[in-house]
Write a protein that binds this ligand. Structure first.
Ligand code: GYE
Length: 326
């Protein structure tokens, strides 16, 4: 897949597209007609955690509220299946495709196929490689959190609250996904700038609880002096807590655990003192996703990135915020 350039896609698109006759590359996102109701695709990447389930529920609830038909697919953690899911939505003639791309590069063909078929794509929560597909050109916009900022915020909290702890194990998200790339970048850069810390190991746990537990277990054995674990999401943080407890260590005391997502279970773990701090990653996409699509149909200009607001939880507010966490 990495061998296929954006230019190759554009050439393929123009070769068969209507504009090939005129010899012009298609530079615009397909238009969306104003209608009373729509058939809308939502290509989810997986459903193995509360964050994904909250996102799916939010999308389904909003579609229902508006009376739109939702064609929902779950790629079950496979980028190849997600590409096939998008192709099937194209074949079913949906008006718009909401896509949560599992990884940055493998989903490029899906974005380009929808464009070629005249269907606008809105990226939700994860992005695609910006050198291969562009907002406002190949897809309409990206709606989601600023992941670099999420990583930076958790690092800044750590710098202020480390209390002498300094050796970090980092559990990365799915390799090749935009949140894994950017949460690493934001955190690592801020930690390096602060000085006095060392990332002793950084390895993927694929955003999954059991993988996170296994990787944390192996890395704790290799680095018994590690006293901080930074997990790119709650699932891996919960896995890391299980690994710590199995190793006879006390999370929150022997080892500080830091996380991103802010689901109820993780916020409860902050209340219990097992997680030190969590940056929320807001999963409630439904209202903003559908509002953006309707604004586009009306002919409004849409910004290339629509950033979600994220909260922050630590011991100072976790108990008060618990009821609001997803
Ligand atoms: O943090 C994670 C999920 O892409 C922002 O993916 C999302 C991430 C989220 O599986 O828990």
């Amino acid at each position: 897949m990495t061998m296929i350039s954006r230019r190759t896609f554009m050439l393929a698109a123009t070769a068969v597209g209507a504009l090939a006759v005129a010899g012009v590359a298609i530079a615009e996102v397909p238009k969306l007609a104003q209608k009373d109701t729509y058939k809308v695709g939502f290509a989810q990447t997986e459903s193995n955690n509360p964050w994904r389930i909250a996102q799916t529920n939010s999308m389904k609830a909003e579609a229902e509220k508006l009376g739109f038909q939702l064609v929902y697919t779950d790629a079950a953690g496979s980028a190849a299946k997600q590409v096939a899911d998008v192709n099937s939505m194209i074949a079913q003639g949906v008006d718009v495709i909401f896509l949560a791309p599992r990884e940055e590069k493998p989903l490029i063909p899906a974005v380009m196929a929808a464009k070629k078929a005249g269907i606008p794509v809105i990226l939700l929560d994860r992005s695609v490689d910006p050198s291969l597909a562009k907002a406002g050109e190949d897809y309409l916009t990206f709606i989601g959190s600023n992941f670099v900022e999420e990583g930076r915020r958790i690092a800044e909290w750590l710098v202020k609250n480390a209390n002498g702890k300094s050796k970090i194990i980092e559990l990365e998200g799915t390799t090749g996904s935009s949140p894994a790339n950017d949460r690493k970048k934001g955190f690592d850069e801020a930690i390096q700038a602060a000085g006095g810390f060392e990332i002793v190991a950084s390895q993927t746990g694929d955003f999954a609880r059991d993988k996170g537990r296994q990787v944390a277990e192996a890395l704790l054995q290799a680095h018994p002096d590690a006293d901080i674990i930074y997990a790119h999401n709650d699932e891996m943080a919960m896995g890391a807590i299980a690994a710590l407890e199995a190793a006879g260590k006390v999370p929150g005391k022997d080892v500080l655990v830091l996380s991103i997502d802010g689901g109820k279970e993780a916020v409860q773990a902050v209340v219990d003192g097992k997680i030190a701090a969590v940056v929320e990653c807001n999963p409630r996409f439904g209202p903003k996703a559908f509002e953006t699509m309707i604004r586009y149909a009306k002919g409004e200009a849409i910004d290339p990135i629509l950033v979600n607001e994220d909260k922050f939880y630590d011991a100072s507010n976790a108990a008060a915020e618990l009821a609001n966490a997803y």
